[in-house]
Design a protein around this ligand. Structure first.
Ligand code: CMX
Length: 440
């Protein structure tokens, strides 16, 4: 048994006992009430999931196993003291519930390098897709094409006991995370670089290798990629991508299938696709105004037009957050350090001054502040990664770290198949005491 896996399960089993006790001895305790409004508003605020890898506070933002983004930037191992932490360390933290040492991070990095081989048929599947297939669809097709090599499925078919599910899930998760950057980079080169593929460099870290295989070898892009992979990795359990991965995993679908399903959720414009939508929106605005330097007044008028058309302003608002997203702040700080004079960065800053008061005045929008997607595309564009339809794939690569670390915990905790209750309209109408002829 690998060193990490052995230590992991020794630490995880006592926690699984706590979860068992909660269920068996405190299972009848009432922890909340649910209103009709919550059911009809996407179950916001209904506590119904157990997620340990991260927690989202509406005011403060995300904490990964208790650590904020600035705290991680100070305490996770880095390749270069001037640079950003490497995502291997964040994965270790989310899986092990402990900050890693340099040696721990190296262990994870080596494990992923060893496991990174991808069967040829997976590339054939991507090659068979038209180049203009949306990169998220190509990416998910590649993930699904790998599902046949799932160690979990093989173990399940061989008749393993429930108590061992976590083991082959861990193996599958480590294989999958190791392979994901190559799939993403392969899609990028298939879609935009005439299939001129770049082989992985086994000496590089996970995020640095992703930048390298995409064709970007400068240290600055590698730094950005490390930051990008850390900040997007997890956002507690209820967001569409994390919840879907957990839900599909609860049917004992393999990690490949569960992750692929989750990433199809990430591909929606209200979730991860918003990063491409932001860049599109800014470019449309600049085109319509005939300038790349719009004034605050021009931006405000364009925002009003967007709203009048019944569209959302992408990159603003959030289902949980009620303040500026700390992931936005981290990207802004990176921009101030490396690209303070970038024209698009300046426009993004101006949009930040204009949009929140307009959205706030509407009244119904619970959070007028920017989320991570309002800023991420600008940095990628600055470094020449101009194919904005690819941006959500980068989000997906990062999101693997959190949702798959949690999937291992789901199996350690023995969480069962998820199956909330649904009711028809008649049921709600009767609950509310309404006089209505509606039957279902
Ligand atoms: N522009 C215009 N209208 C907005 C808005 C925005 N940025 N944000 C919210 N609203 C609207 C909602 O569409 C909703 O309108 P209706 O009542 O007419 O349906 C109303 O305000 C209330 O919404 P809310 O409770 O404040 O927000 P939700 O939890 O329903 O939705 C989110 C959250 C993120 C989907 C929404 O703010 C939005 O659509 N933002 C723009 C898209 C975006 O940036 N998504 C990325 C989120 C981060 C991520 O997952 O990556």
């Amino acid at each position: 048994m690998g060193q990490l896996k052995k230590i992991f399960i020794e630490r995880a089993l006592p926690k699984a006992e706590i979860v068992k006790t909660l269920k068996n001895e405190h299972g009848n305790m009432v922890i909340g009430e649910v209103t009709i409004a919550q059911v009809l508003s996407g179950m916001k605020g209904v506590v119904s999931l157990l997620t340990c890898t991260s927690k989202l506070d509406p005011e403060e933002g995300i904490r990964f196993r208790g650590y904020t983004i600035p705290e991680l930037q100070n305490s996770l191992p880095k390749i270069n003291p001037e640079g950003e932490p490497i995502p291997e360390g964040l994965f270790y933290l989310m899986l092990m519930d402990e900050l890693p040492t340099e040696e721990d991070v190296l262990y994870v990095q080596n494990e992923w390098t060893k496991r990174a081989h991808i069967p040829k048929h997976v590339f054939d599947v991507i090659d068979a897709l038209p180049r203009d297939t949306h990169p998220m669809n190509q990416f998910v097709a590649g993930i699904v094409a790998m599902a046949g090599s799932s160690k979990f499925m093989k173990a399940y078919e061989s008749g393993i006991s429930k108590s061992d599910y976590w083991d082959s899930t861990y193996e599958g998760v480590m294989d999958l995370i190791a392979r994901i950057p190559r799939i993403a980079a392969y899609v990028y080169r298939h879609a935009y670089h005439n299939d001129q593929q770049i082989e992985p460099d086994p000496e590089l870290d996970w995020a640095g290798n992703l930048a390298h295989m995409m064709g970007y070898d400068s240290e600055e892009v590698k730094r950005l990629m490390r930051l990008y992979m850390v900040i997007h990795a997890d956002h507690e359990g209820g967001n569409v991508s994390a919840h879907t991965t957990h839900l599909v995993g609860s049917a004992l679908s393999s990690p490949y299938q569960a992750y692929a399903a989750g990433m199809l959720g990430l591909a929606g414009p209200l979730h991860g696709l918003a990063n491409q939508e932001v860049v599109k929106w800014i470019m449309d605005m600049n085109r319509e105004l005939g300038t790349d330097d719009p004034s605050k007044e021009q931006i405000a008028a364009y925002v009003e037009r967007t709203l009048e058309q019944g569209r959302v302003v992408p990159g603003y608002g959030h289902a949980v957050l009620r303040k500026t997203d700390p992931r936005y702040v981290a990207l802004r700080e990176f921009s101030l350090k490396y690209l303070p004079d970038d024209q698009l960065f300046k426009v993004v800053g101006r949009i930040y001054e204009v949009v929140p008061p307009i959205l706030g005045n509407i009244g119904k929008i619970k959070n007028p502040w920017p989320n991570v997607d309002a800023h991420s595309g600008v940095l990628l564009l600055h470094y020449g990664i101009k194919e904005f339809e690819f941006y959500t794939v980068l989000f997906a690569v990062s999101r693997a770290l959190g949702v798959l670390a949690q999937l291992v915990w789901d199996r350690v905790y023995g969480l069962p198949i998820e199956r909330p209750k649904s009711q028809n309209t008649r049921w709600f109408v009767e609950k509310a005491g309404m006089d209505s002829p509606i039957r279902f």
